[in-house]
Design a protein around this ligand. Structure first.
Ligand SMILES: [Zn+2]
Length: 75
């Protein structure tokens, strides 16, 4: 048994990726539940933005314009 046989993973050099929300380095490892985000806050913020955004797009039907209450005061 040689001491070189024990290849311990290099601690202190985890894989990191830029956090999609804040751009900070986030640890991209199995033990990071928020990956690829750096923290729960960033993950929640991104999900919230995404949800509200996708909620808006289909919720804007330009076919249902209520006509009447707005007088045509353009000319
Ligand atoms: Zn972040």
């Amino acid at each position: 048994m040689s001491p070189e046989d024990r290849r311990a993973p290099k601690a202190g050099a985890p894989r990191t990726v830029p956090c999609p929300t804040c751009g900070e380095k986030s640890v991209f490892e199995p033990w990071n539940p928020w990956r690829p985000f750096c923290s729960e806050r960033c993950r929640t913020a991104d999900l919230g933005a995404w949800a509200s955004e996708s909620y808006r797009i289909p919720a804007q039907p330009d076919d249902e314009r209520p006509e009447g209450p707005e007088p045509d005061a353009e000319a």
